[in-house]
Ligand binder design. Sequence first.
Ligand code: GLU
Length: 546
Amino acid sequence: MTPEIIKRLFPNPLPTISEIEGRYPLRTLPSGAKVTRVAPSPTGYMHIGGIYAGLVSERIAHQSGGVFFLRVEDTDQKRKKEGAQEVICNSLSRYGIIADEGVDIDGNDFGLYGPYTQSKRKEIYQAYAQKLLADGLAYPCFCAAEDLDLMRKIQEKQSQRPGYYAKYAHCRSLSDDEIIANLDAGKPWVLRFKSGGNNEKKMLIKDLMKGEINMPENDLDIVILKSDGLPTYHFAHVVDDHLMGTTHVIRGDEWVSSVPLHIQLFVALGWKAPKYGHYAPLQKLDNGNKRKLSKRSDPEANIVYFWEKGYPEDALVEYLFNLINASFEDWRRLNPDKKAFDFPLNFNKISNTAGALFDFQKLHSISKDVVARMTAEEVYDAVLNWAKEYKSDFAQRLIEHKDYYISILNIERNIGKKSRKDIVKWEDVEADTSYFFDDTFSVDLASYANELNLTIEDMKKISSEFKALFNVNDDKNAWFEKIKMIAQNHGFATEMKAYKENPSLYKGNVSDVANVLRILITGRTQSPDLHAIMQVMGTDKVLSRL
Ligand code: GLU
């Protein structure tokens, strides 16, 4: 390619390669330190897989004393959405995925290897594209969309591999004169990489997650610069991860087939390629079959789903760590008080070939444990934060009755193994605690009487007798002795053993009596510790319920 043609393709002055390399010195890091990144596109949508990849990348870097950064990949300007930067930053920070360098919520860079938004790096990509052109490793392509469509149809018809290669790479062999004529005619152009690969030959790729894979070399002359002057993902990835010193690229496995091309680009530019790890998409069970969690049909693929439902952030992090390394669970059992981020993630044990199954049951059980480890005040604050965003009337109630709510949340909390484990997500708390308030309390006595095989009359008798005996200062033993007494007075067995031996002698047993009280007080047959509930409600409310 003549310098004149290069000048016509890139008329504006570009920084020189040595200038650019000077701006991105080699990182000085301790030996073994890894540099990783997350590289979301600002589409306004964060897939839960993005958080998974973010956690893996953050841990790899920080566990090794390295650097973790955020790069915003916005070269596809059509997909860019208003407010997307906020979604990216909030999604990561909520889950403790904190970048050392990158772009903040206002779009400002922090760190020395920026800019970290690709659209601000246009000149850098162009400088390297120009270099490839000068080295004879790239060429302008003037094929119009219709030409490429026609090519595709022919390839399909002749059962040929699709793409711009070999005889289909029309513009690869344009002469300088033809190029000049096209430029004179004002034809739009893209820049293509001139691949030296042979599709018949295989190359061995060592993937950090998938292991060794044999893949054909790339022989496609892919587009590296689009007609708007911005790079494609492939080119931007190679240039950025080189300049920014990335050592380990963790990304979705939709990119695994591009690795031969990426390695080729690294070689063409004279650079060392990073190590790659491709994770398979998270799966879900659908009618007994495993399938990919899909952006289109599964609301839970979107991270916002977990915010709206109020899943505690720590629970999701613990759950994802558990998916990343199955040994997390044992570690957690041995280290109940440590932070999830203290878990030594074993990079070699990420088994991800099949795609981890996103299992809500498991998430819920982890979430219950996480919430059980929190103090009542912490739960209150978290629920309030959630409600302020998603349920303002509930937030109002939480604020008005702060102390009451904290005592409610404190029932059976932080008492070791027997701690209450009923809260999964903040969304549930309002309904779970509704019976503590008269305006949201209701009870269907008749159906419960039926369920317990008692009459309303029986229930009334139990109620009035307990009402007469109730003293909020009774400790649990004294309180239970009173219930036993009532049981005895009304023909219920006071001991389970006696009841089981001779059920026909009794109306029921002492737990039925307690259940009658539970129903009257809470409107339900399942509740946390009834004695504690009565203490929290206080004398007036208990008596009025009875
Ligand atoms: N922007 C790319 C994506 O969203 C990132 C892939 C990568 O991490 O390199 O898929």
